[in-house]
Design a protein around this ligand. Structure first.
Ligand SMILES: Cc1cc2nc3c(=O)[nH]c(=O)nc-3n(C[C@H](O)[C@H](O)[C@H](O)COP(=O)(O)OP(=O)(O)OC[C@H]3O[C@@H](n4cnc5c(N)ncnc54)[C@H](O)[C@@H]3O)c2cc1C
Length: 378
């Protein structure tokens, strides 16, 4: 982990110290067991919630931590460097609070936001469907107006926290085309909502990802966030912020892989010297360190633009692209540094490499990030 983070306030420094303490005492001792058993760590989320780490970037008046995004992301990076699945979960929870916070009415916020940000609940974001991932506007889950609200019927896919979340941001069709999608806040446990079996994933196994079936789920009008047809705008606005979370998570994974590789290279000897002293391997480690620093720099640049109220959508896509590609390369190279040991589950880079892969896929694949960046140049 970087010993010398540039942080704007003493409070931010305290937050990083608190996060490292929790990472050492609460996350590190149980990560392997939960990942292997594919067991959801709800106790861990309770601890993070009590410490105020689940809602850092939201204003204190609504129960959040009132921290700038650049601080929130560095806390997230610290969490992910110890346990990627928990980092992703914190990021997805923050993503799921964004629609209500940014597009809800005062009344809706007063009713639900303090609970969502209070640390005792965890949220999910449900945009994808089996046939609509990158092409989110192709979603077909339908919200039909009924007397007192909406009836929701359809299939959603790939929900991080599916079946364990307390609330779901649902995007469903209320009309035709990309302007015919609306956003809803669905509480857990409503009649007609059921979840599929957790997907058998390559990594992030401690946090479930499931499909969901909506079968005539009834929601009152006040469960719609924003206006009818504003859903895709809300979804993409949330994703700009969420992508920065994924960039920070990816940076944490990459930093962890670099730390493991450097520690190993300082111990392992071949041809009568430590492997770190072979120039060929030293240069590999140097490239890994440069990739980690670049990843962190791009997400901090985007976060500082966001904190300053400047447009940052393109910068968020750059950060997601650079940081997640860095995570994939650095974790793969860390496996290489450990030689045969790197290919085994006895050593951490094997898991880090599996975890890095998903960061290039969710919240917009890196092809989609390139699309966003290219469009901003046209
Ligand atoms: C573990 C996990 C957790 C997830 N969590 C969530 C969640 O919480 N909420 C949620 O809503 N979704 C979630 N997702 C879904 C995720 O966001 C999608 O899988 C992702 O957006 C890609 O969509 P897809 O799988 O349908 O792939 P597709 O869209 O079918 O893409 C397939 C390939 O084609 C490429 N491609 C597609 N269109 C283009 C194009 N125009 N130009 C160039 N290349 C293109 C893609 O980059 C990809 O390589 C999760 C997925 C996983 C695996």
């Amino acid at each position: 982990m970087p010993a010398d983070r540039l942080l704007p306030t003493d409070e931010a420094r305290d937050l990083i110290a608190l996060t490292r303490d929790i990472a050492d005492k609460v996350l590190a001792p149980v990560v392997d067991e939960h990942e292997k058993a594919e067991k959801y760590p709800d106790g861990v989320f309770a601890t993070l919630g009590e410490a105020g780490l689940l809602s850092l970037p939201y204003p204190e008046e609504w129960g959040g931590g009132g921290q700038p995004y650049e601080v929130y992301l560095q806390v997230l990076e610290e969490i992910a460097s110890r346990w990627a699945a928990v980092g992703v979960a914190v990021s997805v929870h923050s993503l799921a609070c964004h629609p209500l916070f940014s597009f809800g009415t005062g009344e809706q916020k007063e009713r639900w936001l303090p609970d969502m940000l209070g640390g005792g609940t965890i949220g999910a974001y449900s945009l994808s469907e089996p046939q609509a991932g990158s092409d989110a506007a192709a979603l077909v889950c339908k919200a039909t107006p009924v007397d007192d609200g909406y009836s929701i019927t359809g299939e959603k896919a790939w929900i991080t926290h599916g079946g364990v979340a307390d609330f779901y941001n649902l995007f469903a069709r209320t009309g035709e085309g990309s302007k015919g999608i609306s956003c809803f806040l669905v509480p857990d446990g409503v009649d007609g909502l059921s979840f599929g079996r957790p997907e058998e994933k390559m990594g992030l196994t401690a946090v479930p990802t499931t499909s969901a079936r909506y079968d005539d789920v009834r929601l009152p009008d006040d469960r719609r966030i924003g206006t009818e047809g504003q859903g895709l705008q809300i979804a993409f606005s949330a994703l700009d912020s969420g992508r920065l979370g994924i960039a920070a998570v990816a940076t944490g994974i990459a930093q962890a892989a670099l730390d493991e590789a450097v520690a190993y290279a300082k111990e392992r000897e071949t041809f009568g010297r430590k492997i770190i002293d072979h120039q060929g391997l030293g240069f590999l480690l140097a490239d890994m360190a440069a990739a980690v620093d670049s990843a962190r720099a791009t997400y901090l640049d985007a976060a500082r633009r966001r904190d300053a109220g400047l447009p940052y959508s393109r910068n968020a896509s750059v950060a997601k692209l650079v940081a997640t590609d860095a995570a994939m390369k650095v974790t793969t190279d860390a496996v290489q540094v450990l030689g045969g040991n790197g290919y085994t589950r006895d050593f951490r880079p094997e898991r880090l490499m599996r975890e890095a892969k998903i960061t290039q896929i969710f919240e917009g694949t890196n092809q989609i990030q390139r699309l966003v960046i290219a469009r901003s140049l046209a």
